[in-house]
Every structure is written in structure tokens, then in C-alpha cells.
Design a protein around this ligand. Structure first.
Ligand SMILES: Nc1ncnc2c1ncn2[C@@H]1O[C@H](COP(=O)(O)OP(=O)(O)OP(=O)(O)O)[C@@H](O)[C@H]1O
Length: 325
């Protein structure tokens, strides 16, 4: 893909909050889907909204995109009250993912031109914006084919291109990479990264935690309509506080002695499985060195030793599991 931020960027360069959400609530009849959530998305940054099924992610995206009215609370898009002035706010938003649809019976080019016309571009301007985006998303050669003949990856790219026609200041992506292969996902993220570099605020939901880890500046974890954690991926991982140390022995016969050795060193979070001893500990590097030296002293041969820092997935599992028990 071509690195051309001018094609995608919103032209913003400030660090103001493009999205400000306060005390947001949503009730569907008796069912409370959102219980008063607050977050900001600064311009030029990515916020990832994570949470299990039914946590309230799609409701949040739909409310922020003005497609759904909240029961209470406020949403501001680039300073515009999106609840009171949804039309004005909507002009600044690009929406892509589950809820946005392209017309299958039209070509990629026709879809983009139609959207450009809808958002107010003149005929010539609409054509040139469509051509620019088709080129940018590697759809130039297929621009005249019906979307129904596109692959999943091509559709996602077109969907994202549609969301970017108006050079939005805020881009909302509801599971944009669901169902894409790794190459398709990485292409899509590279395009999103360009949009962010161009100054847009991006809010996304994803089931792929390693993606959130790589792309998001901030993460909000929702569960049962409430925010249960927030922070940068690094901050959230630090809340787990422990590394996982894994030592694999040459012979299974040594496993009991090895486990006792580790316990004698004072590490009690030990799990033992055939030839492997696993320890949860702070400062895993230091711990692994101590364990290896002690095991060597007892003539226990180790074939491999590793230290794994906590992942965003560890944080997520701990947060969402704890609440379900
Ligand atoms: N139109 C509706 N009517 C009634 N209940 C709804 C409606 N839309 C969503 N809900 C409920 O509100 C809660 C939050 O739903 P939402 O779709 O926002 O969650 P989600 O985190 O996006 O879940 P998923 O990952 O499954 O898409 C769920 O319990 C859901 O069943």
C-alpha cells in the first residue's frame, strides 16, 4: 500500500479530545446494556474497546456514531454534542465494520462515488476522491467489478475506504478485521495507522487482543456494561505484575525434585506438568537465573528455560473471568 497520509488524513494535528463520552447509559427495555461509562479519544490516537460478548461494545460504537440514542449521558464529537446535534456530528465521523454495509450490486467505484456524492462532493470531485481511495486500497484494478465478486479482504478494504471518503476526524471501527487472514489484517491496520498519523481519532472494537496491544494507545475493557479497566496496553499489563517462568527438564524423573527445589526458593505459584515447572513471579529474569543455578547444584539438567511477560490477553482473562465467578 502507498504511504500517502494526505489521501487518508483528516488534516488535524492537535492533541485535543475528538471524542468525549460521559456517564453514558443505555437501556433496552428492562435490560441495562451500559451503566455509565466515560472515556476520551484524543485526536491522533487509537482507543480499543474490549470485552466479552454482550459487554456493550457495539452499543457504545453505535451511540458514538449517532446511529443509536443513549438513555442518558453525553457524547461530544470534535466539540459537537452528538446526542443533540447528531447530523452535525455525523459529518465528522467515518464508520466501518459490522454495522456499515456496501452495496453488493454496485462496483467498488460506484459505491465510493455514491458515498462521496451523499456527503456533498460534486460529480468530478467525487470521481477523483473515489479513484484516489481505490488506488490507496489496492482496488484500482477491480474498481469496475461488482462488490459481490470481491474477496472478504477486498470488501473490508472497500468498507474502510467508504468510511474515509469524507476525511473524517473520528473513525469508528466495529471489529474491522473479523474474518480477515493475517495479511488482510495487517494491510487494514497499516491503513488505519496512516489515518491516525494524519490526525484522526480512532475508536475500535476487536476480538484480537494482540492487535489491540499493537495498535491501541489506550484500552478500555467493558464487562456487563461497565468499564472494568482502562489504560495503555503497557499499564494494563503492569497491573498483572507477574511474569511466567517455565523450565523444561531433560528427564521427567527429576520433576518432583525440581518442583521441591523451586518451592524451597520461596516461589509457591508452581504448576508441574510432566517435564515442565511453571512459576509465576515478579522479575522473571532474576527468578529464572536463581532457579537454574539451584537446579544445576542438584544436578538436574534443564533443556530450556523461558520468561514470558504478561500479555494483554492475560489481563483480559483475569479481569473478565474474575467477574464471572
Ligand atoms: N436492540 C436490542 N434490544 C435488546 N437488547 C439488546 C439490543 N441490542 C443489544 N442488546 C443487549 O445489550 C447488551 C450489550 O449488547 P452489545 O451488542 O452492545 O454488546 P457487545 O459487547 O457488542 O457484544 P458482541 O461482542 O456480542 O457484539 C447485550 O446483553 C445485548 O443482548
Amino acid at each position: 500500500m502507498r504511504a500517502d497520509t494526505s489521501t487518508l488524513g483528516s488534516g488535524l494535528g492537535t492533541t485535543t479530545n475528538s471524542v468525549v463520552v460521559r456517564e453514558l447509559t443505555k437501556e433496552y427495555g428492562d435490560h441495562v446494556a451500559l451503566r455509565g461509562i466515560d472515556f476520551d479519544v484524543p485526536a491522533g490516537s487509537v482507543l480499543a474497546l474490549l470485552g466479552p460478548n454482550g459487554a456493550g461494545k457495539t452499543s457504545t460504537v453505535r451511540i458514538v456514531s449517532t446511529l443509536l440514542r443513549p438513555t442518558g449521558g453525553s457524547v461530544s464529537i470534535s466539540g459537537i454534542d452528538a446526542v443533540r446535534r447528531p447530523h452535525d456530528a455525523r459529518c465528522r465521523i467515518g464508520l466501518s465494520g459490522q454495522s456499515a454495509a456496501v452495496d453488493e450490486l454496485q462496483s467498488g467505484s460506484e459505491n465510493l462515488i455514491m458515498i462521496a456524492r451523499l456527503v456533498g462532493f460534486g460529480r468530478t470531485e467525487a470521481k477523483s476522491r473515489a479513484a484516489e481511495l481505490l488506488e490507496r486500497f489496492d482496488l484500482g484494478a477491480d474498481r469496475h467489478r461488482r462488490v459481490s465478486t470481491y474477496s472478504g479482504g477486498m470488501r473490508r478494504r472497500l468498507d474502510l475506504a467508504c468510511a474515509l471518503v469524507s476525511r473524517p476526524e473520528v473513525l469508528l471501527l466495529d471489529e474491522p478485521t473479523a474474518g480477515l487472514d493475517p495479511a488482510g489484517r495487517s494491510e487494514l491496520w497499516s491503513a488505519v495507522t496512516e489515518v491516525v498519523d494524519g490526525g484522526a481519532a480512532v475508536m475500535l472494537t476487536t476480538q484480537y487482543l494482540e492487535e489491540a496491544d499493537q495498535i491501541a494507545d489506550a484500552v478500555v475493557v467493558l464487562d456487563h456494561g461497565e468499564i472494568v479497566a482502562r489504560g495503555s496496553p503497557a499499564e494494563l499489563k503492569r497491573t498483572i505484575g507477574t511474569d511466567t517462568v517455565q523450565v523444561i527438564l531433560e528427564t521427567v524423573d527429576d520433576i518432583d525434585l525440581a518442583a521441591d527445589t523451586v518451592r524451597e526458593l520461596g516461589y509457591d505459584a508452581v504448576s508441574v506438568h510432566t517435564d515442565t515447572v511453571t512459576v509465576a513471579a515478579e522479575s522473571g529474569g532474576r527468578v529464572v537465573a536463581r532457579i537454574l543455578s539451584e537446579l544445576a547444584g542438584r544436578h538436574i539438567t534443564v533443556v530450556s528455560a523461558s520468561v514470558k511477560a504478561p500479555t494483554l490477553e492475560d489481563v483480559y482473562v483475569r479481569l473478565t473471568d474474575r467477574r464471572q465467578t
